[in-house]
Each structure stands twice: as structure tokens, then as C-alpha cells.
Write a protein that binds this ligand. Sequence first.
Ligand code: FES
Length: 580
Amino acid sequence: MSDNDKKETHKRKLRSSAWFAPMDRNGFASRSWMKNQGLPDHMFDGRPVIGICNTASELTPCNAHFDKIAEHVKRGVFEMGGFPLEFPVTSLGETLMRPTTMLFRNLASMDVEESIRANPIDGVILLTGCDKTTPALVMGAASCDLPTLVVSGGPMLNGKFRGEDIGSGTNLWKFSEDVRADKMTLDDFIAAESCMSRSAGHCMTMGTASTMACMVEALGIALPGNAAIPAVDSRRYVLAHMAGRRICEMVGEDLKLSQILTRPAFENAIRVNGAIGGSTNAVVHLLAIAGRIGVDLDLEDWDRLGRDIPCLVNLMPSGKYLMEDFYYAGGLPMVMKEMGAHLDKTALTVSGKTVGENIETAECFDRDVIHPADRPFKNQGGIVVLKGNLAPRGAVLKPSAATKKLMQHEGRAVVFEDIDDFNARIDDPELDVEPDDILVLKNCGPKGYPGFPEAGGMAMPPKILAQGVTDMVRISDARMSGTAYGTVVLHTSPEAADGGALAHVRNGDRIILDVAGRRLHLDVDEAELAARAKDWRPPERPIRRGWYQLYHDHVLQADQGADLDFLVGGSGAPVPRKNH
Ligand code: FES
């Protein structure tokens, strides 16, 4: 055995030792260039290397404060004798990226996966916030399956506008409708902008970012309390610090993501999504994460598991409070405690404890924010999965955000061929539309648009709003912002741009929505639909190269999580060949 080999055998067999332990040309290169950052020799003595996967970007305002969170994670890692190394990955900012961040979720997940696998990392902290950053990072990490812990960036403080609490997104949609209905001036509309987003953090409604922060906590891959602590609350930094400590222990225990992300963990998360009135976007993201980690989960699970779950949380868009109030009321641990037997309390979490142990000391401090199980905020939480000839592989609806009387409805289709058609005609006073009609929007699925945008919460026609009508049935193959509301059927699968039945709906067709019967039916006979299908041509695509091309050729439909077909599953984190 050579001297070098002897030195290597004395090192702990952590993954990073393949880079930093060898006393040869490669080891020299791995250590020497790192030392230009002012690192002493002992940082390479075999201590666990913790990658901090950072999505900070000034183009992603919800994550712009993450460098400070990373600093607090590092304190915890150093305290435990670990070696923290921060690395950037693609950041997905919901408000600026066009045509939609969802087009790039899978791209970011590839960046995360390959960044982790290619580097000397033993455990990972994922810094997530704005909507797609959470699923993208978890998907990428799941395909590597190292010890992994999520730290969310936290929600913004409550919006405050002229004495009222206002919520990200939810009030934007409301104010925008008010301007269109002449109930709000444009000056007031502009004045509300800075009042809505007045601190660091992500949307503070129970939109997709907050929902996904709750999902990672419910899945057990974030520490208890992760979801609700406001971004600027000092306790957010304490949580980051503790996460830094804990990930070092997890490396020592070799507690991998796959040991936490089990089938019971996903079942818990689906039920929690019902109890919080969470975003429909969680459906697509959890299906994709399950696919990466090898858990058998399908769209039907969402209906079956969430069916009996009442909504306990009175937060916008379904209710009136915001994430700051949710934190002060007791946050997600209290909701999970209230859910009682609906959860598998034996599921293991990154804290090293079970779900049951994590939540046993939770307390509620405001019963108007977190309702007791015997007096729920809304009887039906969860996500309804609809099927029928208009969505043979399924579509989803969020009952807690819908109008009760519209959940059993038959109406005449008013069809928009794509988003440009919709934008060109929806405000037209001559538009042939009545309150009982059903708005249908095509070509906004994963391949349409392209990228599966949040176009499904279609704005209402002004001539309908002027009649004092605030909701109509709307159907599309799009997603919807988690901050939006209405009787909105989403994710019809297969999508129109893939030749799904939605592509063949015409103005005046009758559509039946039967939420109780889980049915979505286009009342046109089969021969006529077959004739229409013969004439169908896919929509034009704006770009036919690069990522757009790869995405189009490989994206799966909504009912499969809209991942790329070749990304499903994982490759673990074996140490790749030497680079020199
Ligand atoms: Fe980033 Fe809502 S825009 S979370």
C-alpha cells in the first residue's frame, strides 16, 4: 500500500473524500484552487461537505434575500464541524420570466441534479422560495438521493393597503377585475403595488410558493415550522442555522432523501394540501417529485386521499388571512396536529423524528386562522379529479376556491383557440357570452403556449362583471396561479396541443361539469368528435431549437407531472471519473 493509499484509508469514506483526500495531482488540484478562497488545510480533513444550493437572484425577487439565509445555514454547518459550500443554480422568478417559469422547471432540475453529482458534496441544503424553485430543486436532488434538507425563504409580511390586509396575487386579480369593472381607479391600482410587496419573501397568500413550502414540511424534508415563518422574522434565520446543524448529522447518519420521501410521506402531503386549501400546482409538482424518487403516485391518489379532508386554514385565496397570521396562529405543525388520524404519524422526517413527534407540542393561538377539525373552515378541501370525454386522463378543480352552485353546471361553450385569441376578444362588448356559459381556453398545456402557463384562471368578461357576476365555469388545459380563485377546471389531459379532446370543442357545444360525480363531459356525439379530430392540426410553435425543442419532444402530460420522460427516476450520486 502506498503512502497516499494509507492516507486515504484514514479518511472517513464520505463522497467528498474522492476529491479532497488523495495526495496526488488530482487531490492537489481539488484543494489548491479552493484555497484561493482563504480556506485552511483542515477544511479538507474529511469533514462533511455541505452544498448550499442557492436560487438567489435579483430577477427572482421572492428569493433575492437568500444570501443572508445561506450565511445562517453556514453558521450551523461550521458549528458542527462541516464544510459549507454555496453554489448557484438556475433561478425561476415567477413574475418576470416569459413565457412561463414552468417551461424551465425541468431545466432547473437538471442543473441542480448535475451540479450536485459533479461536485464534492456529501449533503445538500436546498434554498427554495418562489413557486417553481421548490419543485425544481427537490426534483433534481431526488434524482441524486443524498442527505437533503429544504430551507424555504419564507413569505413576505402581510400586504397593507389603506387599512386593509392585501395578499400577493389574490388582490392583484381582484384589483385588476375592479379596474375593468370601473370599481377602482388606475391611480389607486398603481398605489397598491408597493403596499402589496413590502418586505423580502415570497407570495404571502396560500399560493403555490406557500403551498410548496407546506408540502416540503409535510413530506418531512424540511424542519417543523419551515413553511410559515416570515422571510424577515429572525426565527427564519434560526431555522436556517438549525438546518445547517442538522444536515451535518444527517450525513453522519447517511439519512438519504429516499428514506424520507416514501409513499406515506406523499400521502401525508396530499392530505395536508387539502387541509391548507393548497394550490392545484402541487398536484403536478408532487407527481413529478414522486417520479424522480421512484414512488408510485398517480392523479387518482389526489382525489382518493384528499376527498375527506376539510380545509382548516382560513387563508387567501380561499379565505381572508395571510401567511404571517398563519405563523402567529401556530403554522403547519398545528394544522397537522389538528388532522389527527388523517396522517401517518410514524413517517420519518429530516429532524430525525417522526411526524408525530414533530407536531406533538404544537399549539393554536388563533382559531379563526386555524380552525379545529370539528369546525372546519370549509368542509371540502383537497383537489377534485374529474374525468370524462373532455379529459380522459383527468383534470383538476379546487373546490375550496370554487362557487358551490357552479360545481354542478351545464352550459354553452364560449371557446378561445389560444391565449392571443382570448386576450383579443375577452373585453369586447360584442362578445357573445352569458353568465351561465362556460369559458374554454385551448393550447395552454405543457406543449401549448409553450410551457403550461398559469392562464387557467381566465379573467371574466367585463360585460359579465358589470352584471355583478363574479364567477363562471372556466375550463382549460392550463395551470392556475395558486393565488387565484373561481370555479376553474385545469390541467385537462391530454392537452389540446397534443390532440386532446379540448382541441375539438366548438362555440355553442354543451359541456357538463359534475363535481360530485367527478365528471367532465362534452355533449357532442362520438362520430362528430371523430370528424373534428380528422381536421385537427397542432398549433404553430414559436421556437424549434434548443431547450424549447428538447422540452417539446420529451415533456409528459399534466397527469404525469409534466416532467421530461428521460428525467423520470434517478441516477444516485456515484462519484464520477476524475477530471484530470
Ligand atoms: Fe414568487 Fe409568488 S411570485 S412566490
